[in-house]
Design a protein around this ligand. Structure first.
Ligand code: SAH
Length: 471
């Protein structure tokens, strides 16, 4: 449904108002109410009183632009990045890290109470009935955590520039170094840009659909140090490819793979269908815990491996496996959780809708000598009922759905299957809360929720949730 313009909102576009900020939303924007009407304002913090210019008024909410801070939050800090205000990547760099973690936990609690109708206990010691929401697990050093950079290339005054698109636009903000990227990825982007500039390789021009270099993609295995460089080009021709490869090999330590990916379409999608290895290997390797993963140019892989390990260890602890259990891992991606669980379970079934992800999952199982897992391509809500009809019964069901949460018919099948335990891994507290309500009504009890900060300085929060079947 199209977003409707407000008919009787208490504010108008271009109006100046004073607003008290009372919370943060899932994008990291401040939330305030003006005569009961919700207004979102970027780069302001809970507890602040601000002057705002209303720039958009829709049916259910408005958007404001910060004009002046009248009362400042004690948790406000100077953002590390000089381009914080223009870059669309981080939204919370102006909030002290400890407070980011506290706010993320609060966002989870608010969703569980408001949408899920759940009672949240203060702590594990609080002996009322209800769900325990633990303090968010943060990072010791919340910088340099991303293992993958995907940077668009443009031209300015004849020279190549690399950077990020400003929020909701295709305006390229030039950037030398990104604070949340691994140093090696920042270095790769700089080396490729400078060498391509020297060699006269033109950037791709979106509007004219001409030119060559579209994106530079750098991937670093945190545990192994191995580096992959992907050059996304607008066609097969990459002039001076050999010289570019030489420059990368000379200047980037531990580079193991240099790949050209061809994307000749007019599209915002970064990768094209075809890739060819220009030098080195087709894969680099990384480890999360004691599981090894092969990473190709296009394959999905968790971008913060340090926090992924903490999240999946929590999922494993909640599954409480003794070696006799059958586990279903729904929305399994490249099988990360399935492989973590397989070491401790009798049999694991993983299901995922993207065929390439399942090929990777099977390859990763072989790579680690894991034989007690079966992977299937398809929609979880179709494949799991089919498994159920074939007689598969799971002791533990794990779900790790995309932002929109689980399909209702999948939840109904799980309720019918009656596993002892469920582990729900979620990247969206709102759909998590909605689905927990369905599962509670279907006979499960939500025991505890562990928020994990997978993306420091952004509004995102990931949760790992334990549910048990009520007798
Ligand atoms: N646990 C995974 C990541 C899960 S992300 C890992 O560690 O790799 C969510 C996944 O759900 C994505 O891979 C997406 O392709 C998949 N997906 C989306 N809709 C789906 C559906 N209806 N059925 C099965 N998988 C789906």
């Amino acid at each position: 449904m199209a977003k409707k313009k407000a008919v009787d909102a208490p504010v108008e576009k271009n109006q100046y108002i004073e607003l008290e900020i009372t919370g943060l939303n899932h994008e990291g924007n401040g939330v305030g109410r003006y005569e009961g009407f919700t207004i979102f304002v970027p780069r302001v913090l809970p507890g602040e009183v601000v002057d705002v210019k209303v720039i958009k008024v829709l049916k259910n909410y408005g958007v404001g632009r910060l004009v002046d801070i009248k009362e400042e939050s004690p948790h406000r800090v100077e953002p590390e990045c000089p381009i914080f205000k223009r870059c669309g990547g981080c939204s919370l760099q102006h909030l002290a890290y400890e407070e980011q973690l506290r706010q993320k936990r609060q966002l989870v609690i608010d969703n569980l109470e408001r949408i899920g109708g759940l009672v949240v206990r203060d702590s594990a010691e609080d002996d009322r009935d209800g769900v325990v929401v633990h303090p968010t697990i943060g990072m010791a050093d919340p910088r340099g955590y991303r293992n993958k950079a995907q940077v668009p290339v443009g031209e300015e005054e004849g020279g190549l520039v690399t950077g990020f698109y400003a929020p909701r636009s295709h305006e390229l903000v030039p950037m030398e170094s990104c604070a949340i990227q691994h140093d090696r990825n920042n270095q790769v982007v700089q080396v490729v840009r400078e060498a391509a500039d020297r060699l006269g390789i033109p950037a791709y021009d979106e509007e004219k659909h001409r030119g060559v270099l579209r994106h530079i993609v750098a991937k670093t295995g945190f545990a192994t140090g191995e580096v992959m460089v992907v050059l996304v080009t607008n066609g097969d021709v990459l002039p001076h490819a050999d010289e570019l490869v030489d420059a990368i090999r000379k200047q980037v330590d531990s580079v193991k793979s240099i790949v050209q990916n061809i994307n000749a379409k007019r599209t915002n999608v970064i990768f094209g269908e075809r890739s060819k290895v220009l030098w080195g290997e087709k894969y680099i390797y990384d480890r999360i815990g004691d599981i090894q993963f092969a990473i190709s140019a296009r394959s999905f892989y968790q971008v913060n491996p340090v926090q992924t390990e903490k999240l999946y260890n929590k999922a494993l602890a909640y599954a409480d496996l003794s070696g006799t259990e059958t586990v279903i891992d729904a929305y399994c991606g490249i099988g990360t959780i399935s492989l973590f669980m397989a070491r401790k379970a009798k049999q694991v079934y993983g299901v995922e809708v993207v065929p390439e992800a399942i090929s990777d999952a099977k390859r990763n199982a072989r790579l680690n000598g894991i034989e007690n897992v079966k992977f299937a391509v398809g929609e979880a809500e179709k494949v799991i009922p089919w498994w159920y009809a074939q007689g598969v019964r799971a002791d533990v069901v794990v779900v790790d759905p995309p932002r929109k949460g689980c399909d209702r018919s999948l939840l109904d099948t799980i309720v019918e299957m009656k596993p002892e335990r469920m582990v729900y891994v979620s990247c969206n507290p709102a759909t998590l809360a909605r689905d927990l309500r369905v599962l509670e009504d279907g006979g499960f009890r939500t025991v505890e929720v562990q928020p994990v900060d997978m993306f420091p300085h952004t509004g995102h929060v990931e949760c790992c949730v334990l549910l048990v079947r009520k007798i």
